[in-house]
Design a protein around this ligand. Sequence first.
Ligand code: ZN
Length: 167
Amino acid sequence: MALLAILQYPDPRLYKVAAAVTAVNDDIRRLIKDMSDTMYAAPGVGLAATQVDDHRRVIVIDISDTHDKLQVFINPEIIESSGVATCEEGCLSVPGIFDKVERAEQVKVRALNEKGERFELTASGLLAVCIQHEMDHLRGKVFVEYLSPLKQGRIKTKLVKAQKTER
Ligand code: ZN
């Protein structure tokens, strides 16, 4: 089991745009294993490769209470979305901060699984929120960027201060 370091907002590496995975091989499967170990240990319900400073389009999600329903999305694309829902979100890269974000209520995603097989999935509720939140990371976007500039400024100040104290 390998735990990876999670980048903390406002680390500039969180703004990098991830590249498509060209081959789903053992290297990618090792990344998925390390990412899921890291997510479960945190603990969190989702993690994007961007957050562990690997800039390939890979997401892991597990919204189950039992932590045994891992969902892997490689090169995910949202092919349909509908409705509007507001949910309070948090992020392993933005510890201790929770705020409401408006997103699509339902999304249809196309992606590859850890075997390299293509699948499509229609998600709503928490899973839809997670998918959209993690896909934002792959685009270099953190959820706090949906908040007002005033709130973003406060969050940055708070986290930078906390990170200095940790060192
Ligand atoms: Zn996040």
